[in-house]
Design a protein around this ligand. Structure first.
Ligand SMILES: *C/C=C(C)/C=C/C=C(C)/C=C/C1=C(C)CCCC1(C)C
Length: 249
């Protein structure tokens, strides 16, 4: 018992990064179980969407497991700091954010969404993340420039779903799909905007005076919990609300 406990890395009571990694990991696991177990109660039209929701939180749960460990292993109790698991963070995002783009495509497929719409969003999200990684991990002296390029890709995504083709398809679909699309759009506009704040808190630049005192990883962890679990729940709600539609159709 005592040797077992000795192997468990402790989390200091004021280590908010470690705490949010730990809670984030549990929340992602619980959400995955929820999505996977409820999947089969929907007809095939929605099954894939719920599966993708579960995959997003599951991939995050595995990465949070590693990130929690990485932070714990590098944590220095005296200074109250550790190393940010930048690599695991971006591997997680590069897998899960494109899957969120797939979700947009899946809910709009019935209204006639084409694969090209999905690939456009995926490519934009990859540009957004690769340039973000470059600024955060490789070329930190010019983090502001990479962040700007990343931000432009982000705004094109926002434009596409709010005002572009995706919007037109959602209007065409109407009903529960339009409502769900709108909610997902708000997640991307407001929920995703949390990440650039984390980025500015964790990289050097003119913005240091504004965001420099904040803990980048806490901001990212809050963003992930809201966006990954929240996004999945919107899709789940859409599937539940559409049950009646298919029964009467
Ligand atoms: C589950 C993970 C999600 C939804 C991650 C989303 C990440 C972003 C929207 C990141 C955006 C960034 C910018 C817009 C500029 C600065 C660099 C990034 C990569 C933090």
């Amino acid at each position: 018992m005592i040797t077992l406990l000795a192997d468990v890395s402790k989390i200091a009571t004021d280590d908010y990064v470690g705490f949010t990694f730990f809670v984030g990991c549990m929340a992602m696991m619980a959400a995955s179980a929820f999505f996977f177990l409820s999947m089969n109660s929907f007809d095939s039209k929605w099954k894939t969407s719920i599966l993708v929701s579960g995959l997003i939180t599951f991939i995050a749960a595995v990465h949070y497991w590693y990130m929690r460990d990485y932070w714990g292993a590098t944590y220095d109790a005296e200074t109250g700091t550790g190393d940010s698991p930048v690599f695991f963070r971006y591997v997680d995002w590069i897998l899960t954010v494109p899957l969120m783009c797939v979700e947009f495509y899946l809910i709009l497929k019935a209204a006639g969404a084409k694969r090209s719409l999905m690939w456009r969003l995926i490519i934009l999200s990859v540009i957004m993340l690769v340039t973000g990684y470059w600024g955060e991990a490789v070329n930190r002296e010019q983090a502001w420039l990479w962040g700007l390029v990343s931000g432009i890709a982000y705004f094109v995504i926002v434009y596409d779903i709010w005002l572009g083709k995706a919007k037109a398809l959602a209007v065409k679909a109407g009903g529960a799909t339009l409502k769900a699309h709108k909610t997902l759009c708000w997640f991307v506009l407001v929920g995703w905007a949390i990440y650039p704040i984390g980025y500015m808190a964790g990289t050097p630049g003119w913005y240091e005076g504004i965001f420099g005192g904040l803990a980048m990883d806490v901001i990212y962890n809050i963003g992930d919990a809201i966006n990954k679990i929240g996004f999945g729940l919107v899709v789940y709600t859409l599937a539940v609300n559409s049950r009646g539609d298919s029964a009467t159709a």
